[in-house]
Every structure is written in C-alpha cells, then in structure tokens.
Design a protein around this ligand. Sequence first.
Ligand code: HEM
Length: 345
Amino acid sequence: MQRVATLLGALLVMAALWPASGLDMSARAQSPIQADGQNPMGARPTADSVNEEFLFKQSPKITGRISIPDGKAANLIQPQGRQYQMFREGWLPWIGALVILGMLAALAAFFLYRGRILTDHSQESGKKILRFNAFERFTHWMTAVCFIILSLSGLNYIFGKRLLMPLIGPDAFGALAQWAKYSHVYLAWPFMLGVIFMVVVWVRDNIPNRIDWEWIKAGGGFIGSKHPHAGRFNAGQKGVFWMVAGFGAAMGATGLMMLFPFAVFDVNGMQVMQVIHSLIGVVFIAGILAHIYIGTLGMKGAYDAMGSGKVDLAWARTHHDLWVEQEQARTASGPQVASHPAPAE
Ligand code: HEM
C-alpha cells in the first residue's frame, strides 16, 4: 500500500513538472545563448545586438562580416525590402488595375457619348496628302510593336502569377513568363531606339505654341462639331509626343538600372528604380490606350496617316488646316500626292 502511494506521488510530481520542463527545453532549443551570455558558436551577442527593432533604428540594414569578394552578400536584413514587398505585392496590382481599367472605362464612356468622329464623305476631296513618310512610319511601328509587347510582358510581371497561372497552370505559365521576360529585356533596346528616332524626326513640330492653347480652349473639336485650327500636330498629339519622349526616357533610364544591377545603385536604389519603372509604366500604358483609341476606333480616317502615310486632303484640312497651308506653300503645287477618285459609297 505504501509502495502504491509512493508511486502515485512520484507520478503526480512528474505530471506537475512536465509542462515547465517542456517549455524550458523548447526555449533552450530556440535560443542558442547560454546563461553566461555566450553562445555555443563562440560569439558574444549582447542583449542589444539581438534586438532587431533596435538595430533597425540604428542602421538602415543589418550587415554581417564576410570574406568573399562580393560585399553585397554581407547584407543580412534590409528593412526597406519589406516596404518594397508591400508595394510590389500589395499596392502595385491595385494601382495598375485601377489606372488601366479606369482608362478603358473612360474610353468606353467617351465612345458612347461621342461615337466615332467622322469626316463627311461628301467633304472628301479624293486628293491625298502625304502625312508621314516611310521612315516616320517605320519608326512609329517599330516603337509601337515593341511597346505593346513590353506592356504585355510588363503586365505579366504584375498580374501573371495572380490571373494567368490559375488559368493555364504553373508549367505553361513558367514557360510563358520566361519568354515574356526575354522579350521584355531584348525589345527594350529597339523601343529606346524608336523613342530617340521619334524625338529626332518630330520634335520640331511638337514645340507648344499659342495655337495649342486655342485648341485646348475649344475642347480640341471633341466637344461639339467645330474643329479648331491646328498645325502638323494638335495640342493633344503634342501631349502624346511629350508623354512618349518623357516616359520613354524615364522607362529607359530606370530599366537600364535594373538591366545592369548594382552598376550604379545598391539594392535600395534598385528597388526605388523598380517602383518608378512600374508606376510610370502603368500610366504610360493607359495614355497609349487613349492614343490607340483615337488612332483607330475614335476617329475615321486617322489610321491612314500611319497606315499608308497618306490622308484625304479634306480630312487634313479639317484636322490640321494650318499644316496643309504650310505644306501647300512649301511645295507650291498643292497636295504632294496625285489625286485619287473619292471612294464610291
Ligand atoms: C496599335 C497601336 C497604335 C496605333 C493604331 C497608332 C496610331 C497612330 C496614328 C494613326 C498616328 C498619326 C496621327 C496623326 O495623323 O497625326 C500616330 C501618331 C503617333 N504615335 Fe501612334 N499608334 C499606336 C501605338 C503607338 C505607340 C505604342 C506609341 C509610343 C509608345 C505611339 C506613338 C505615337 C506618336 C508619338 C505619334 C505622333 C504624335 C501623335 O500623332 O499623337 N503610337 N499613331
């Protein structure tokens, strides 16, 4: 009887001590630091050096000591990386979706309100005027094709994992994302060249002047049916030109910084480059969507200017009257292109 009581007592004491000993062991397993402040590896971390928050306040990053030549590898924790991740995974997809879908919705609403801007057939002269020569058209389409592929592959960086991968599966998405990345990296070069060419051939006709202000005040002919005066490019087109020149330069510069990592900036700087690149990128895409709309669906006859390079003289007089006058004065023989019969419709 006494033996049984002793056994029960021992079991009770063990049961009471069990959780405490478990806690103690797990705590010891998590912290390699011994009671004397040393750890088994021989280092002597003080209470401050293991306080992450304290270290963040002291220095923007936590660095260790290394013996390999690549000094960047010593960077253990970079607090800005967390903000960057929050932007990249949290804010950016929302900002991108809002800006791009917002522009599509605005264009759809504008189309419903205004419809297609037409040139009355009876007004067509049957005579054509050369609006863009072969080099200008080559430059435009090289830049445009590159831009479209850069946009799609760029949007894949932001949305692909979320939207495309669940649809086509991880294997197909992996292959596609790899090609998207190659195209993004390689097509950036002809795109940058195209922007440089555009600036060289068109900057002269895109210097803002007083006529642009009048054009803006008149609503650019989009509101109402009157067409304000315009030179070779109206104020809206000048806006597109300067957007392409400015955003093109910014995308090129920030893209090059990412293409050649650590050539100029450290990891913090590269994250800043990525934030600028992606934010300008989505606004650029939205702006070009508006340009594509007006060059195709939005205005009858506009596409011909970049398609064949020639537009109907009456269309040109309606939308770019001052340019037509200038061209006719320059060639002294009216439109530069021989007359064609007006289409029988
Ligand atoms: C499918 C896509 C596109 C179409 C259908 C298109 C159409 C056009 C047309 C019709 C014009 C001549 C307008 C005029 O008569 O003055 C034009 C001009 C121009 N395009 Fe595009 N374009 C496209 C994409 C792009 C892209 C991606 C860029 C640049 C990133 C771009 C930049 C320009 C510039 C700077 C001009 C001269 C300024 C202006 O007219 O707005 N285009 N485009």
